[in-house]
Design a protein around this ligand. Structure first.
Ligand code: NAD
Ligand code: MG
Length: 394
């Protein structure tokens, strides 16, 4: 068997570490070409000592200097820095698979570099696709990159679709995609109680252990909004054909309904190593270290409709997709800024959607005609979101 050489973008994060855990179980199958992180040089150094990559990248120049010092006894590992270094690790000829697991808009340039270099791209970084939509999918078609979804819902849908009709819902006879959502930690909170929830409460997800940003997104339902947009692009469909089902057990990871009435589902323990292993080894199946599903102990499954009044972020995402052009990039940028301020204790949880809605209203939508336009709108929307937060807190 040929060993696959992997670049892990965002190696120190929740998805990055889960990826390396699967890799660790299959030393004959996978080797690590490059590992990247933002600022945590000590953590990346520890991973470098275990996985011996050829390249290690820190997004931050000072952190790269620190990593070079920490790895001074391992001169074979070249340490790079900044966006150029991330893009180099993502597109190097020696890597055949790239795990795109940087959080947020910062992941777009390196993920795109991997796409343009025709890699197998394991897409966890949903924000990259949400921001650039059609441009991103066009880049995938142009290069022939193999784009495999890692987000658990999208990986589930992918597994429930015929492999030759992933982007042909009509040809596959699909009538609906049932996108499941856990509902997050505040599913049963009243609108009043939501006003005073804290970052620690928002990050304590009932079923999944994840990075802080996606944990807050799960609590606001913006995560489901981003995933709705992500599903439209990945599976060439529209929000009208996707129905969000709140399923608090997080065992069914999503479903696909067909014209004959069949509904196919993918089930599993809520552990990201399952979709990660699926993407790494596809079309083969490998051990992911995940505990077998015990349906007897779970007992029951529940389903509810999402409450768009308490959780307006899902509505805002659907509206941004319908607006098209640069609107999803603005939605994403405003959300990243608002979530960042909420995590710092500077913004109320219920003001996250307020900031996003006002930023969308204040930022003109233009056609998404190039990646430069997307990057420029991302910066503009961040600035406008900060202005909106300033207006709220005076
Ligand atoms: P995380 O915060 O745990 O990790 C993020 C990683 O990105 C870290 O390695 C960090 O060093 C790196 N990073 C952060 N900012 C960076 C920057 N500016 N430049 C370069 N690197 C940077 O996040 P996570 O939970 O692992 O999520 C990663 C991505 O995967 C997100 O897009 C998220 O939506 C998606 N995702 C995560 C899960 C999950 O279970 N955690 C599930 C589905 C999708
Ligand atoms: Mg998901």
């Amino acid at each position: 068997m040929e060993s696959r050489s992997i670049t892990v973008l965002g190696a120190t994060g929740s998805i990055g570490l889960s990826t390396l855990d699967v890799v660790r179980r299959h030393p004959d199958r996978f080797s690590v070409y490059a590992l990247t992180a933002s600022t945590r040089a000590e953590e990346l150094a520890t991973l470098c000592r275990e996985f011996h990559p050829k390249v290690a990248v820190m997004a931050d120049a000072a952190a790269a200097k620190r990593l070079t010092e920490l790895l001074s006894d391992l001169p074979d590992i070249s340490v790079l820095s900044g966006e150029a270094g991330l893009c180099e690790a993502a597109s190097a000829p020696s890597a055949c698979t790239v795990m795109a697991a940087i959080v947020g808009a910062a992941g777009l340039a390196p993920t795109l570099a991997a796409v343009r270099a025709s890699k197998r791209v394991l897409l966890a970084n949903k924000e990259a696709l949400v921001m650039s939509g059609q441009l991103f999918m066009d880049a995938v078609s142009a290069s022939g990159a193999e784009l495999l979804p890692i987000d658990s819902e999208h990986n589930a849908i992918f597994q429930c679709l015929p492999a030759d009709k992933i982007r042909d819902p009509e040809g596959a006879g699909i009538t609906r995609i049932l996108l499941t959502a856990s509902g997050g930690p505040f599913r049963q909170h009243s609108a009043e109680d939501l006003r005073s929830v804290t970052p620690a409460q928002a990050c304590a997800h009932p079923n999944w252990s994840m990075g802080q940003k996606i944990s807050v997104d799960s609590a606001t339902l913006m995560n489901k909004g981003l995933e709705l947009i992500e599903a439209c692009w990945l599976f060439n469909t529209t929000p009208e054909s996707i129905e969000v089902h709140v399923h608090p057990e997080s065992i069914i990871h999503s479903m696909v309904e067909y014209a004959d009435g069949s509904v196919l589902a993918q089930l599993g323990s809520p552990d990201m190593r399952t979709p990660i292993a699926n993407g790494l080894a596809w079309p083969e199946r490998i051990d992911a270290g995940v505990a077998p599903l015990d349906l007897f102990s779970i007992g029951r499954f529940h389903f509810e409709r999402p409450d768009l009044l308490r959780f307006p972020c899902l509505r805002l995402a659907a509206e941004a997709f319908q607006l098209g052009g640069t609107a999803p990039a603005v939605l994403n940028a405003a959300n990243e800024v608002a979530v960042g301020e909420f995590l710092k204790g500077n913004l109320a949880f219920t003001d996250i959607p307020v900031v996003i809605e006002r930023t969308l209203a204040a930022t003109p939508v233009v056609p998404a005609d190039s990646f430069d336009t997307i990057f420029a709108k991302n910066s503009e929307a961040r600035q406008r979101a900060r202005e909106q937060i300033g207006l709220l807190t005076v």
